[in-house]
Design a protein around this ligand. Structure first.
Ligand SMILES: [Fe+2]
Length: 318
């Protein structure tokens, strides 16, 4: 379980020491501006700039681990490449080697572990967008999780790409935070309200699968900024209010801007995303006429209650 703190209740930031030094405290512009300056220095400008090759996924070298750690400290994500299929065990082993160990419990299997993501036309999983060939809207993983079990880190690994499509778009939530706060600090204020976003309960055939989850969009967990977001239109309840409406509109425009700060990359076989649960989406894909379930696009996903990088004192950016 992780400790969640909304700025409304307590802006204390462990990683930044004293409360008055938290860059995520709306009353502390100087701490924010110092952090913002460091954050944006040499910030990578494309997916190509955050890629790392791993020679042996069973045992990444210190250099490889350092490269991923530095990228994650800067952008909250890295793209890695290995030269062989990982399988579920291999993906978990790689995540563990990179510091992600506390697995989230997925909603559908109710067993912690690595989940296969592919186009499944039938069955319970097939009712959920990730297990189709449809586009996914922008989100962070586990936005429907309990407040004390947020997904802080995740691995998304491509075993087999689709014949066409399936492009990932990725945005560092800290960059979105900067754009929002620079535009209007009140956007951050409303996004950090503890009742900003509710995901209604999930009931299947009269059985409660998951209770309703209410929480902030932005929060501070153990001193780090955390984002809980979904752009879905259905099964979501936003707290009423003009400022929150405008904040959401601003964020959606940022996410949808083809010249905006999001990275775009189509993961090839052997490539994966390792991240502190950044904002992400997926375009629709096609497996091809001769490809069916079992040999089409196959991704592996593992979610964790750990973050990847430990921010060094003061700066927060490598
Ligand atoms: Fe996701």
């Amino acid at each position: 379980m992780n400790k969640i703190r909304s700025a409304m209740r307590n802006p204390v930031s462990d990683a930044f020491g004293e409360e008055q030094n938290s860059p995520f405290d709306l009353l502390n512009d100087q701490a924010y501006l110092d952090w913002r300056r460091n954050k944006l220095v040499d910030y990578p400008d494309s997916a190509d700039a955050i890629r790392v090759s791993i020679a042996d996924p069973d045992s990444p070298s210190l250099t490889e681990r350092d490269a991923i750690s530095r990228l994650c400290a800067k952008t909250n994500m890295a793209l890695y490449r290995v030269d062989r299929p990982l399988g579920k065990d291999g993906a978990l082993k790689l995540a563990n080697a990179l510091g992600l160990t506390r697995l989230d419990v997925p909603l559908y299997t109710e067993e912690p572990g690595v989940t296969e993501i592919q186009n499944i036309a039938t069955g319970r999983q097939g009712e959920y967008a990730p297990y189709t060939d449809r586009a996914l809207s922008w989100h962070t993983d586990g936005y429907y999780n309990a407040a004390d079990s947020q997904v802080l880190g995740m691995v998304l690994h491509c075993e087999r790409p689709a014949e066409d499509g399936g492009v990932s778009s990725l945005l560092d939530p800290e960059i979105a935070y900067i754009r929002l706060r620079d535009e209007d600090p009140d956007y951050i204020r409303v996004l950090m309200e503890p009742d900003a976003l509710t995901i209604p309960e999930n009931v299947e055939s009269g059985v409660l699968i998951r209770p309703a989850r209410t929480g902030p969009v932005y929060s501070v967990i153990d001193g780090y900024l955390h984002m809980r977001f979904s752009a879905r239109k259905r099964y979501i309840e936003w707290k009423p209010g003009k400022t929150l409406e405008r904040a959401r509109e601003f964020l959606m425009n940022l996410l949808g801007d083809p010249d905006g700060p999001a990275f775009h990359h189509r993961l090839a076989a052997g490539e994966g995303l390792i991240s502190n649960n950044v904002l992400h989406t997926r375009s629709a894909f096609q497996n091809g006429a001769t490809v069916g379930v079992g040999n089409g696009r196959l991704f592996l996903r593992a979610r964790f209650e750990d973050r990847l990088s430990i921010r060094k004192e003061g700066a927060g950016n490598a």
